[in-house]
Design a protein around this ligand. Sequence first.
Ligand code: LLP
Length: 375
Amino acid sequence: MIDFERLAAEFGTPLYVYDANEIRKRVRFAKGVFESLNANIVFALKANGNPAILKVMAQEGIGADVVSRGELLAAKMAGMQSIVWNGNGKQPEDITHFINKSIEYVSIDSLEELPLWDGIDVIKLLRVNPDVDPHTHPHISTGLKTHKFGVSLDKIGKVVDRIDGLHVHIGSQITDVDPFLEAYSRVYDCARKFGLKFIDLGGGWGIDYTGEQLDIERLKAGTEEIFADYDGKLIAELGRFIIGPAGYLVARVVSLKPSDKIFVVTDAGMNTLIRPVLYDAHHRIKTLKGTGKTVTVDVVGPLCESGDVLARDRRMEVPIPGSVIVFENAGAYGFSMANNYNGMPLPAEVLVDGEDYRIIRTRQGIEELFSNVKL
Ligand code: LLP
């Protein structure tokens, strides 16, 4: 059991805390799922880009999916080997930088981007848009033809001699198996038809925020069936599944404000964890020191917006003011989407490894907010 009170006392709040053993366990589990398919697993750094965390993953032998020079640097600092460069807005002047850093794959997002890669020595995947609805929140759905990503499957024929494989990613936090299998089989049919030797299956595995879960056994069986006779290489880009449940956000209760319902005011706001505001996301909250009363509350942050709500109409034990509460499943898209709104510094991050723990990112200082300002 992680002693969140102690970590909060030592490092202050808001604080992101990660469990190294849970990360290792989840990487090994993911590897097990793809074992018979011999897939290359890469971690999507957008979910969490702290190099100390990435190092735990690199030691387990997985690579990186990066979208920027910043993420590439983090992956390299962590010693991640196999790297995929993704994105729909790559700048031509970044290509030399990425190639010099020996990336293994590039996912090309459009036919317009394709000529940039002619003659460049890298494994070229073309992102396809299979027009499959993943039944997830509209902001994190990516595989419908109305979305900005990828090229429709009927356009691939014209360019097969300029690419090595295909890439598909239909969305994130998907808990329904069928859209994955539908997308995989559409992409496989196309790859087989044109003899393409690489397929990147993207990420998207949903985790248990609310009790709803992805049936990974069924996904595994279905994926094995689809690719049973494939003699090419598969790649999987998992983000949330690996790091989401291995991370927690610890916040201190600043006050309790009775109104129509109680507002539990914490020192974490939507600057610290933006997911509830952006996607109506639900993060379970643990009260560590409670008043013994369980009622419906709004857990809110300190920012100057009514929308700064981390949990709305939540039934929970009312915490004692001054104690800390813990948001679960906060490892993915938590710190990585945190920001400086209202002049709030970015939180600190701690990595717990069995009995040991250490700070892996110190809290941002307020002077740092202005270190690049010219008066
Ligand atoms: N591959 C590509 C091309 C992606 O765009 C993404 C996520 C992943 C892999 C990893 O997906 P995952 O396994 O984590 O679902 N900020 C949102 C999630 C945005 C996902 C963006 N792309 C959230 O907090 O829910």
